[in-house]
Design a protein around this ligand. Sequence first.
Ligand code: KIV
Length: 281
Amino acid sequence: MRVTITQIKEMKQKGEKIAMLTAYDYSTAKLIDEAGIPLILVGDSLGMVVLGYSSTIPVTMDEMIHHTKAVVRGATRALVIGDMPFMTYQVSVEDALRNAARFMQEGGAQAVKLEGGEIMAETVKKIVSYGIPVMGHIGLTPQSINQLGGFKIVGKTPEAAVRMLNDAIALDEAGAFAVVLECVPEPLSKLITESISVPTIGIGAGKYCDGQVQVISDLLGLYTDFMPKHAKQYAKLFEIIKKATADYIAEVQAGTFPTPKQSYAMDESVLAELKKSSRKH
Ligand code: KIV
């Protein structure tokens, strides 16, 4: 049985912490699903950690749908959330609804995520009213990186903190089933968590959030261009991958790979017949 938004909301009431990870492909989704992750975000961070862009801004709906489909094929238990890319939900509520529906119909996701607080409340309300669960995302919103002036902590001044609290309340009232808090001072995320009815999922927002999210490539040590302070490397796959590749190159060059174990045999009589007939030509 797939995890539902009702179960996720109940986790907050029961005081159970929620773990969420990003995934972008079938194999990774299958592994983290088998490991028991309840929430998988097909994040537009894929633009940076998978596609090699310098921000999430160039990511398109078609790219997101392509990767969401792969993740949904791999994850049979986790709730899969599609991350709405830049300018696919801001221009009009109709656009937002149409693109959210694409995540569900074409991608097979069970929910969508979008960035923005109060300003997105009407849009969230509309999408939710048509049966599509929405996760909000406030604090550092990477799609607004040019306006924010870089990847930095948000909500440090009294005005910014009040604005963020109001954003969280507006998303809760609009019907969002959870809200991501990214790069938010811990005391502010604690206050927000206590002030809204739905779970907060933190990334660089401290320990008081109802849940945590990490980018899988940071967690596994696969993306080494940039490592945010809030990311924790639970494995160093870059070392394992580089060593495995170097070992492979060395064995191919030395002629020690492949061995009979990786090769396919052929019946001697068939080979003899083949050699005989090839001599006739
Ligand atoms: O795109 C993403 O991976 C995200 C998470 C960092 C929350 O939005």
